[in-house]
Ligand binder design. Structure first.
Ligand code: HEC
Length: 177
């Protein structure tokens, strides 16, 4: 038997240690670790400190969106969505809570999630969701569509609205077509 491959040592170190009679599996992985470190250094070119990673992830998340959503603040959007998440899920096939699942909301008529019982006001409305209409709904749900049953005062600050809409677009498979 040839000496164990590094991957195998990492994956089953307990087994390896007992198989080697307690020997430390240090010799073989060393060369590979060095290569990996070199590669990381080359690609990151020193620009990306770990502290800025979440923001970069956010910038990428919004990159395919139209303005003003593309340049919205990802962290602000994620934070603002915390106001909604007790009532709404965003993932595909996610469950309805107090409010309906929001996956695929853009381009769809209001009140279209199967298995969710909407208010009469929503059932009788025929608006189609766009980011702009969602902004109006979120400014004041009650004023936008009187009689709806979303008990939520609204998102007051415009920059919070833009950011949370960008976040919902990115999370629910928004596409411009
Ligand atoms: C207290 C629970 C609650 C909160 C908080 C809440 N919603 Fe709702 N939402 C609802 C309910 C209930 C409905 C269904 C309204 C109706 O049928 O009249 C709804 C409907 C909606 C709809 C229309 C869905 C469809 O299928 O047409 C959207 C979009 C929406 N909410 C977005 C949001 C966003 C974004 C937030 C956070 C900023 C939020 N909601 C916060 C309960 C909530």
């Amino acid at each position: 038997m040839t000496f164990l491959k590094p991957g195998l040592i990492l994956a089953s170190s307990v087994l390896v240690i007992s198989a080697c009679g307690g020997g430390e599996p240090t010799t073989t992985p060393t060369a590979q670790n060095t290569v990996e470190k070199l590669e990381v250094t080359e690609t990151s070119s020193g620009a990306a400190a770990p502290a800025s990673a979440p923001e970069e992830e956010g910038a990428n998340a919004f990159a395919a969106l139209p303005e003003p959503y593309q340049t919205a603040d990802y962290n602000r959007g994620r934070r603002t969505f915390k106001l909604c998440q007790s009532c709404h899920t965003l993932n595909e096939g996610g469950q309805n809570l107090v409010g309906p699942n929001l996956y695929g909301i853009f381009g769809r008529e209001i009140g279209a999630v199967e298995g969710f019982t909407y208010s009469k006001a929503v059932q009788e409305s025929d608006i189609v969701w766009t980011p702009e209409i969602l902004a109006e709904w979120l400014e004041s749900p009650r004023n936008f569509l009187p009689g709806n049953k979303m008990s939520f005062a609204g998102v007051r600050r415009p920059e919070d609205r833009t950011a949370v809409i960008a976040y919902i677009m990115a999370e629910t498979g928004y596409s411009a077509e």
